[in-house]
Ligand binder design. Structure first.
Ligand code: TUI
Length: 310
């Protein structure tokens, strides 16, 4: 159960903070890194100048390593891919695609590359193209999701690749961390639990929705458009479901999603905004600092695994 991840990335604990588009900024990422995990700034669909500014802020807030996530569907992916080299970012994670074309450039700059993968075949392809580790993300996650659950995905990817596997999706406390390690993971990535962190700058209405969420309160919309996204149920998700059930044109369905994440994250519109969240939202019941969250989760996991990270 040794974690190669801590050595690879020069971090204390094998806990990544999931990159949440429009949410994971310098404030959240630096707090997680300061607490000994790996904070990750989300590129999302943001312009390169915004992401660069967040990277510079994070460098002011912590001397510890942090990462940048590049959402490969973004029109700004090329520019952000070059920026992380210029800014000497230590770790890049990727989502929603294959980062093969950037791999050589990143390797030349000594960047550790850790793609998010939803299947064994994609995991193998990423490792062939040079990935240092992979994040196996189950469908329990919030945001853009694959089909397989964390429970089945993690052990299959662990068997298929030699690099360390980080488990993501449905992990929100020490029990989840311990379970992930039992499946062969050497690290975990956690998003939803950090939404209610003091250092998370998401709108308070968004945090309250997470605190109130119950087990069956998330839903996946967008399967018919090829961009399945898990959110909390609200008026927007019901509208999505209606349009999809009536076989509305893809453009009409996708139009509904434009600007919806910002509406929830920035304006706090929890009815017509997109409240991306994982299925584990129901166990998130309090607001804490990132340090408190990490300490509490590690204490629980260590007791279950008879292991000491600290
Ligand atoms: O990327 C995510 N989660 C996200 S991205 C996001 S922003 C967004 N907004 C609108 C539409 C789509 C996204 C919100 N949440 N998770 C990582 C992830 N990666 N999930 C699935 C994948 C994935 C899928 C296919 C990774 C690789 C892949 O490979 C395809 C290929 O070409 O090999």
């Amino acid at each position: 159960m040794n974690s190669r991840i801590c050595e690879l990335l020069n971090i204390e604990y094998p806990i990544f903070q999931g990159a949440m588009a429009r949410i994971s900024d310098a404030s959240l990422a630096a707090a997680v890194s300061e607490a000994g995990g790996l904070g990750i700034i989300a590129g999302g669909t943001a312009p390169v100048d915004y992401v660069r500014a967040e990277v510079r802020k994070a460098k002011e807030l912590t001397k510890k390593p942090f990462g940048v996530n590049i959402m490969l569907l973004s029109e700004n992916a090329d520019a952000i891919a070059a920026m992380v080299c210029e800014e000497e970012v230590k770790v890049v994670t990727t989502g929603a695609g294959a980062p093969g074309k950037y791999m050589e450039m990143w390797k030349d700059h000594g960047i550790k590359v850790i793609p998010v993968v939803p299947s064994v075949a994609i995991a193998k392809r990423m490792v062939r193209s040079g990935a240092d580790a992979v994040i196996a993300e189950g469908t329990e996650s919030g945001g853009h999701v694959g089909e397989l659950t964390t429970m089945v995905l993690v052990p299959q990817i662990v068997d298929a690749v030699a690099v360390p596997v980080i488990a993501a999706g449905g992990i929100g406390d020490g029990r989840g961390i311990a379970a992930a390690f039992m499946l062969g993971a050497e690290g975990v990535q956690i998003g939803t639990r950090f939404l209610t962190a003091h250092e998370c700058t998401v709108h308070p209405n968004y945090k309250q929705k997470i605190l109130n969420a119950k087990d069956i309160d998330t839903v996946v919309t967008g399967r018919s458009t090829g961009h399945p996204v898990r959110t909390l149920k609200n008026k927007l998700s019901r509208k999505f479901a209606e349009l999809e059930a009536s076989n509305a044109p893809v453009q009409e369905i996708e139009q509904l999603g434009v600007g919806a994440l910002a509406k929830a994250v920035v304006q706090g519109d929890t009815e017509f905004g997109s409240i991306m969240a994982g299925q584990i939202a129901a166990i998130v019941n309090k607001e804490q600092s990132c340090k408190e969250i990490i300490t509490e989760m590690l204490t629980e996991a260590e007791a279950l695994l008879h292991k000491e990270w600290r």
